[in-house]
Design a binder for this molecule. Structure first.
Ligand SMILES: Cc1ncc(COP(=O)(O)O)c(C=O)c1O
Length: 377
């Protein structure tokens, strides 16, 4: 990567996301995992799932329970916390709809609060204002891999006796003051969908919680309310949400590679930050005491649409994430909710994400820089 001698040397289109490349690069590990599962003959709650849960515990702390997605993880956490009909749960305006859909699916009402700059995560002041006598929980989202203001959010939650469920779908590997994403709240919900920084071959997820008892309840909930010891005894109303051994094994392989991949993400982000420092755009920040998981490299600029088109014409796929705030999604016209969203959250709809994943070659990184720079020149 050499920002001083920029030449457009790449002739193919650079995809917005790198997971197809990642999966291809792990072909042999994935096939070996499939072989291990076939040999073992156990397809759920076996050695691969145990290994994944142990690895999560070793890396991040807490007690991990594997499940089929982060959407499911959020629903399991809400159910385990006893949240349902008549309850309200505060969520941020800028997130994937799953954060609020899970609240609604659990029978509770999503209450949408503002996000704040520079991270576009839940604004503690807006969260505080949104609390009523019916509020039972809050779901801060660690957007793009940067954690929300957890010290402020947990302080407010504690004062109102609220459950804290962290949406860590985008934040595997993020931390604040040395404490991992997912271990600040009562529950931390992860997505291991193939398109995240680490994932299975398709959908996967996990919940981290604070005690073995809570983990046991969550595990029962993934298994139709049963323990793994007696398949005919249902202790609680559960659901079908157990992660298969094959996907669990792949996620475990990728969790071991995460530190190396994060290093490369950071190297690319630092390189972009330096190259764009003189341009009229804002690069992603990492606030003091935070480790950013860099799931997305999101820039803010006044003409994101036109820049996006220019990049596409230069073979660079860039994506606006999230162009619609939750209350502006048509789905919410049919979903009971309350919105406290103001113009403060609007900048969230203007972020443009550049390709910045570990599988990019140095030439591709230089090509992205060249394409952004020529737009402004
Ligand atoms: C912030 C956020 N929450 C929840 C989810 C849902 O995750 P999953 O696709 O694993 O259900 C996602 C996934 O994209 C997400 O980005």
């Amino acid at each position: 990567m050499n920002a001083t001698t920029l030449r457009p040397t790449v002739t193919h289109t650079i995809p917005a996301e790198g997971h197809s490349r990642r999966v291809r690069s792990l072909r042999w590990e994935i096939l070996r995992t499939a072989d291990e599962v076939i040999t073992e003959g156990t397809f759920h709650y076996g050695p691969q799932t145990e290994r994944l849960e142990e690895l999560m515990r070793d890396r991040w702390g807490g007690h991990a329970v594997a499940t089929t997605s982060c959407t499911q993880a959020l629903m399991l956490a809400l159910t385990a916390a006893g949240i349902g009909s008549g309850d309200e749960v505060v969520v941020p305006a800028a997130t994937f709809t799953a954060t609020a859909f899970a609240v609604s699916a659990a029978g509770a009402v999503p209450v949408i609060a503002d996000v704040h700059e520079p991270t576009l995560t839940l604004d503690p002041a807006s969260f505080d204002k949104a609390i009523t006598g019916r509020t039972r929980a809050v779901i801060p989202v660690h957007l793009h891999g940067h954690m929300a203001d957890m010290p402020a959010i947990t302080t407010i939650a504690k004062a109102h006796n609220l459950t804290v469920i962290e949406d860590c779908a985008q934040a595997a590997g993020a931390s604040l003051r040395g404490r991992a994403a997912g271990t600040w709240g009562d529950y931390g919900c992860f997505s291991f969908w193939v398109g995240k920084t680490i994932g299975g071959l398709e959908d996967a997820g996990a919940v981290i919680t604070t005690t073995p008892e809570r983990a046991e309840l969550l595990r029962r909930l993934t298994n139709m309310g049963r323990d793994t010891t007696d398949r005919h005894l249902h202790h609680v109303r559960g659901t079908r949400a157990r992660l298969g051994e094959f996907n669990a094994g792949i996620v475990a392989v990728e969790l071991n590679l995460l530190p190396t991949w994060l290093k490369r993400r950071r190297q690319i982000a630092d390189h972009y930050n330096r190259a764009f420092a003189h341009l009229p755009l804002t690069t992603p920040v990492t606030l003091p005491e935070h480790v950013h998981a860099l799931y997305k490299y999101a820039i803010t600029c006044s003409d994101a649409d036109i820049l996006g088109t220019h990049l596409a014409n230069n073979g660079v796929q860039a994506e606006q994430v999230y162009p619609y705030l939750l209350p502006d999604q048509p789905a919410f016209s049919g979903i009971e909710h309350r919105s406290h969203v103001t113009a403060q959250s609007q900048p969230a709809a203007q972020r443009l994400c550049l390709p910045a994943y570990p599988e990019l070659s140095d030439d591709e990184v230089d090509h992205v820089i060249h394409s952004v720079t020529t737009f402004y020149n």
